[in-house]
Design a binder for this molecule. Structure first.
Ligand code: DX5
Ligand code: ZN
Length: 215
């Protein structure tokens, strides 16, 4: 059974408390929180202040996806805001190992996010140090895009890399996930499904989460 992590980016920001209440009552496992800086990605979303509000409204895991340059400058702020998992992009981190050590020493789980064009083979020498790989199945920056099919090959290669060494690393897939493609993503080896539009644009988001959970 996959972990379901709705992305609040697709929620109605004018009714955030209602959206959180709905998620809290639903079968969602994690809150997926997308932080964008307008530099690493061509969009700006929100920062630690909003993460702090989400932290106050839920006991579920706050899974923070940093799409920002120089994430090391902000790791402590996100820890203080209440992040449980902090993921940084491999493409934004020339000193990735240092960033991972920092996140872990702050007491958070550490994730590495990977853009669609970045080969998973690049994770070989960091995978033993992390808790999660966040494979982007769209180009980061916006919700509502279509799933890139090549991601399925990447999931399988990553699953093999993890299982070969019996590592305890979760594979999280982010972008374009729907009720129609979720099964093949899970079958390829994914542990965590992020879903924004598929959840929040559906007539009954809690029911959609329950159906994703049941796949
Ligand atoms: C994209 C974000 C995603 C996004 C997913 O940059 O990382 O988490 O919100 O949204 P959907 O599910 O609509 O593709
Ligand atoms: Zn995300």
């Amino acid at each position: 059974m996959a972990i379901i992590a709705p992305s609040l980016l697709a929620s109605n920001f004018l009714q955030l408390q209602d959206e959180c209440n709905m998620l809290n009552k639903s079968r969602a496992d994690w809150f997926h929180l997308d932080v964008m800086d307008g530099r690493f990605v061509p969009n700006i979303s929100f920062g630690p202040m909003l993460v702090e509000f989400f932290r106050k409204t839920t006991t579920k895991i706050c899974d923070v996806h940093l799409m920002i340059e120089e994430p090391g400058r902000y790791a402590e702020l996100f820890k203080t805001a209440g992040a449980d998992i902090l993921s940084v992009h491999i493409e934004a981190c020339p000193h990735l190992h240092r960033n991972i050590q920092q996140i872990k020493s702050l007491g958070m789980k550490a994730g590495v996010a990977v853009n669609p064009h970045t080969p998973v083979a690049l994770l070989k020498d960091i995978i033993g140090d992390i808790d999660l790989v966040l494979l982007m199945s769209v180009n980061p920056g916006f919700g509502g895009q279509s799933f890139i099919p090549n991601t399925l090959h990447k999931i399988k290669a990553l699953r093999a890399m993890i299982d070969e060494r019996s590592l305890d690393v979760k594979i999280e897939i982010d972008g374009g996930i729907t009720e129609d493609n979720a099964k093949q993503i899970i079958d390829a080896g994914a542990d965590v499904l992020v879903a924004g539009s598929a959840v929040f644009q559906s007539p009954d988001p809690a029911a959609t989460i329950a159906r994703l959970k049941a796949i």
